[in-house]
Design a protein around this ligand. Structure first.
Ligand code: 5RP
Length: 219
C-alpha cells in the first residue's frame, strides 16, 4: 500500500467517529483532503463545519458545505486533522501545510481531536520533521536568531504567506525530548504567532494506517 492509500484508509476510519448532530472541525493537508472527499456521504450526520484553512474551505464549498466560523459555532464536537509527526503520547508536529495557527485554535476548541496519519508519521521522538513556526514578518530575523541559539537550523519557507499574512520558519535539527517544555519555550519568543508542536493539546485518538490496517491509539 502506498502512502496515499494509507492516508485514504486513515480518513475512512475517521468518518466512523462522526455522530449525528456533529459540529465538525476540518484540518488541512493531503490526508484531510481524502476526508473532505468522503464527507458528502455522511452529510446527514453533520450539523455544521468549521475549517482550518482557506484551502480546506474551498474544497468543502466545492462539495456543497456551508462553512461556518468558530465564532458562530462556539465549541467543536470533533476536530479531524493530519500531522507531520506523532509520538506515542499523541503529541504532534504540525504545520507542514502552513495552517498550524488555525489548526491549533480548532484543536483547542474541540471536545475530541482525532489525528489521521500513515505509519511513516509515528516516531520515537519529535523533531526529525523540520519544526514549522508561524512568525510575524517584522520579527522574523530576531526569531531566527533565537532558534539558532537553541541549536536549531531555521530556514524561511520560500515565497510562502500564511492565511493570516505571516511567514513560516522551518527549524531543522531540533531534538524535542520534552515537547511540552519546548512548545512553551518557543511560544514565549516575541513575534512567534504559533509553534507547530501540539503537546499542550495533543490528539485524543490517533488513527495510524499501515499495510495491515488502521490502528487506533489513545493518549
Ligand atoms: C498542515 C498540517 C498537516 O496536517 C500536516 O502537514 C500533514 O499533512 P499531510 O496530510 O499532507 O501529510 O499540519 O498545516
Amino acid at each position: 500500500m502506498d502512502a496515499s492509500e494509507k492516508k485514504r484508509s486513515a480518513a475512512q476510519a475517521a468518518i466512523e467517529f462522526i455522530e449525528p448532530g456533529t459540529v465538525l472541525g476540518v484540518g488541512t493537508g493531503s490526508t484531510v483532503n481524502f476526508l473532505i472527499e468522503m464527507l458528502p456521504d455522511v452529510r446527514d450526520r453533520i450539523d455544521s463545519v468549521v475549517s482550518s484553512s482557506k484551502a480546506s474551505t474551498a474544497l468543502l464549498r466545492e462539495r456543497g458545505f456551508e462553512v461556518r466560523t468558530l465564532n458562530e459555532t462556539g465549541e467543536i464536537d470533533l476536530y479531524i486533522d493530519g500531522a507531520d509527526e506523532s509520538n506515542k503520547h499523541l503529541q504532534l508536529i504540525k504545520g507542514g501545510g502552513g495552517a498550524l495557527t488555525r489548526e491549533k485554535v480548532l484543536a483547542a476548541a474541540a471536545r475530541r481531536f482525532i489525528c489521521i496519519v500513515d505509519d511513516s508519521k509515528l516516531v520515537g521522538m519529535l523533531g526529525s520533521f523540520p519544526l514549522p513556526i508561524e512568525v510575524l514578518p517584522m520579527a522574523q530575523e530576531m526569531v531566527a536568531r533565537r532558534l539558532l541559539k537553541m541549536r536549531g537550523q531555521p530556514i524561511w519557507r520560500d515565497s510562502f504567506i500564511t492565511d493570516n499574512g505571516n511567514h513560516i520558519l522551518d527549524v531543522h535539527d531540533l531534538q524535542i525530548p520534552n515537547p511540552l517544555e519546548m512548545e512553551a519555550r518557543i511560544n514565549r519568543i516575541p513575534g512567534v504567532v504559533t509553534v507547530g508542536i501540539f503537546a499542550d493539546r495533543p490528539a485524543d485518538i490517533l488513527l495510524v494506517a499501515s499495510d495491515t490496517g488502521v490502528r487506533e491509539m489513545r493518549a
